[in-house]
Design a protein. Structure first.
Lengths: 401, 284
């Protein structure tokens, strides 16, 4: 045996069956220029060893007869380590070690992976941590993953109930309205998701589950609407205009603010209202389930905006401008579908008796006040003074979302 | 300095990626460089000698024909660089493991599958090798040719892959291929591990070479050589191109590895001494 050569016995293993893995492993244990003394019984070994080493940049020499059973010496080339020259770690795997800015050439590499230089640039729009991040993201994702419910089994679809026709129609109308709102709430996180550099994977995971939540909400609201009569209610031009204006906001933080903090935040009060006044067990159950999911969406939006406000003092000015812009854009529209507001009153009233309608009307007034209080509270948490929070809340769309 | 114009044969779509990438890299190092693609090596060899291109990325066969054409025309050609993977290849003649063929002599009267007529590694060199061992192709054994990609000088591995298939299908007693092809077809499952046996192996020979024609003066030739030799596998800008082209570094061109192929051309009558195509029906 030549001194200094690392021995490798391939036994009967051939190069078309994985012998190269053993040789590569042995070569990794010697420095470039170092040698591995190869023995093995595969008849094709000399030819295959030569072909493989040539391709990998190693040199091979037959062993002198006196060294039998060693059949060849492989001298390590320097191509393999050269491949990793200039490689870098893509941050650290833990959320706390995410990079402040994720370079585009990291592309789809796992966070913390050793990234070979020279890969393709993938043009993600959002590459700075502060543009998308909240420290809550990992925890919220875990909660979201654990709290997924099955629309088929989580709702008592077989419950035996029959509502007066007009009350059933009111439920159908509210469900129809909720479907279009939830479709907006599905599309927006899906659009934001594709912009975020995958380095910030917890944000992607959370947005993905958020979109999946909305997909389930669309399903259960549709199913409740069709449960008795098989027909949907109306969709007003004003309501759709309000939702369409949400889709036009391209900036991550502003879209998150309008959708999650103001829109879904207002919906928390609406879903509580529906659970309280639901005339049947199916409507009550789905209102409760959806409320749990929406609360998480609001928490993510708030967490992100609190994080960003902490690093960007100009954020609040841009949030204010976004609310004002949307208000101006919607100034000429009708706001909430009148069929929806009437339906909410009837659901809270329970009948067409004048006294009941008065109670229903009062309940809807109280709902709107609760929505306003919630928005003001969240705006205050984001650092707006009370008077400005009140003014901005008042500019929020009359369509609730 | 006018553009240095290189010819390359488009045997695969990746050739565009490789030479476009090399072109960008060379231009960024102030070498005016352009390339043209040929459908086959015969025209590329003729154009190099005629001065229509300055350099050519040549198969070994194209290099030998270029040498002969240049000698006949009285012009100078020279090898500049080759890949590290172009040195010391071997070809193998394999039989099925259970075949009653113990030595090369047992191939007498049998059928031997080869690649395309102009493949150095899968036809010319192994047939010449068998001739040296006493068996004359077409006389002592029948040759089953697989003429995929004629004119590509065997760069298209399709011919030798078909030869391997013919061996396993029982259409031939032996098949010829480059050593790396035998390994590759084993991994592809065409030649299941253990199903074949190496009957004989050629002496080492060299493969492709980047050749300079009469229009490439010393200064530009040296500049191109120097730049290619400086390409590093550690450079991410070119590493993927080197991977595609199948090398880890460029080495100086050498002429010592083509003697057997030259002898094979003469023995099998592909080109004459002036580089004219003499093989019957050789139509790239």
């Amino acid at each position: 045996m030549t001194p200094g050569a690392v021995p490798l016995d391939l036994a009967g293993l051939g190069f078309e069956q994985g012998a190269h893995l053993l040789l590569r492993r042995a070569l990794e244990r010697v420095p470039p220029g170092g040698r591995v003394a190869v023995r093995g019984t595969d008849p094709a070994l000399p030819a295959h060893l030569a072909a493989w080493c040539r391709h990998e940049g190693h040199t091979v020499r037959p062993a002198p007869p006196g060294e039998a059973p060693v059949r060849a010496h492989v001298r390590r080339g320097d191509a393999a380590p050269a491949r990793w020259a200039g490689a870098e770690r893509a941050g650290g795997p833990e959320p706390g070690r995410a990079a402040g800015r994720a370079p585009l050439h990291w592309g789809l590499a796992a966070r913390g992976a050793l990234v070979e230089a020279g890969g393709p640039v993938v043009p993600f729009t959002l590459t700075e941590r502060d543009q998308v991040w909240t420290d809550l993201a990992p925890r919220l994702y875990r909660q979201a993953a654990a709290a997924q419910w099955d629309p088929l089994t989580a709702v008592p679809w077989e419950a035996d109930f029959t509502l007066p026709d007009e009350v059933e129609a009111a439920v159908v109308q509210v469900m129809t309205y909720l479907v279009e709102n939830e479709q907006a709430a599905l599309v927006i996180p899906a659009r934001l998701l594709v912009q975020v550099h995958p380095h910030f994977r917890e944000v992607l995971q959370l947005l993905a589950v958020q979109a999946a939540d909305e997909a389930r909400h669309v399903e259960v609201f549709t199913r409740r609407a069709l449960l008795k009569d098989g027909r949907m209610g109306t969709s007003s031009a004003g309501g759709r205009a309000s939702l369409a204006s949400l889709l036009t906001e391209p900036e991550f933080s502003l879209a998150s603010f309008l959708l999650s903090v103001l829109g879904e935040g207002s919906f928390l009060a609406l879903l509580s209202f529906l659970e309280r006044h639901a005339p049947d067990p199916v409507t009550r159950r789905i209102s409760r389930l959806v409320h749990q999911d929406e609360a998480r969406h609001v928490a993510f939006g708030m967490g992100h905006l609190e994080h960003r406000a902490g690093v960007d003092p100009r954020l609040r000015g841009r949030l204010r401008a976004a609310v004002e812009r949307r208000h101006d854009a919607l100034a000429g529209t009708a706001g909430l579908n009148r069929d929806v507001s009437d339906a909410l009153v009837l659901l809270a009233a329970g009948s067409w008796e004048p006294a009941a309608i008065a109670r229903g009307w009062h309940a809807v007034q109280r709902l709107q006040a609760e929505m306003d209080q919630g928005r003001r509270h969240r705006l205050t948490r984001l650092g707006f003074p009370d008077d400005e929070a009140a003014a901005l809340s008042a500019l929020h769309t009359r369509n609730f979302m | 300095m006018s553009d240095l114009l290189l010819g390359a044969v488009a045997y695969d779509p990746k050739v565009v990626t490789i030479w476009s990438g090399f072109r960008t890299w060379l231009l960024s190092r102030n070498l005016p460089f352009d390339f043209v693609l040929y459908a086959h090596y015969e025209r590329q060899a003729e154009d190099l000698v005629a001065g229509r291109i300055d350099a050519a990325w040549h198969s070994p066969l194209a290099w030998l024909r270029t040498r002969r054409l240049a000698r006949a025309a009285g012009v100078e050609v020279r090898p500049l660089v080759m890949r590290d993977t172009d040195r010391d290849l071997t070809s193998v003649v394999v039989v099925r493991a259970d075949a009653p063929v113990a030595t090369v002599a047992d191939l007498k009267g049998e059928t031997v599958a080869v690649g395309a007529a102009d493949s150095p590694q899968a036809t010319l060199l192994p047939l010449h090798h068998l001739g040296e061992l006493g068996l004359v192709a077409g006389v002592d054994f029948h040759v089953l040719r697989h003429d995929t990609g004629v004119g590509l000088h065997g760069d298209h591995l399709g011919g030798e892959r078909d030869a391997a298939r013919a061996l396993m299908a029982g259409e031939a007693t032996a098949a010829c291929m480059v050593d790396a092809g035998h390994l590759l077809f084993g991994r592809e499952g065409i030649l299941p591990p253990g199903a074949t046996r190496l009957l004989t192996r050629t002496a080492p020979y060299d493969h492709c070479v980047l050749a300079a024609g009469p229009t490439l003066g010393p200064e530009r030739g040296e500049r191109l050589t120097e730049l290619l030799l400086s390409m590093s596998y550690a450079d991410p800008e070119v590493r993927h191109l080197l991977d595609l082209e199948g090398l880890t570094r460029w080495l100086p061109g050498r002429e010592s590895g083509f003697a057997r192929l030259g002898a094979a051309i003469d023995a099998l009558g592909l080109y004459d001494a002036d580089g004219r195509i003499t093989a019957d029906g050789h139509r790239p």
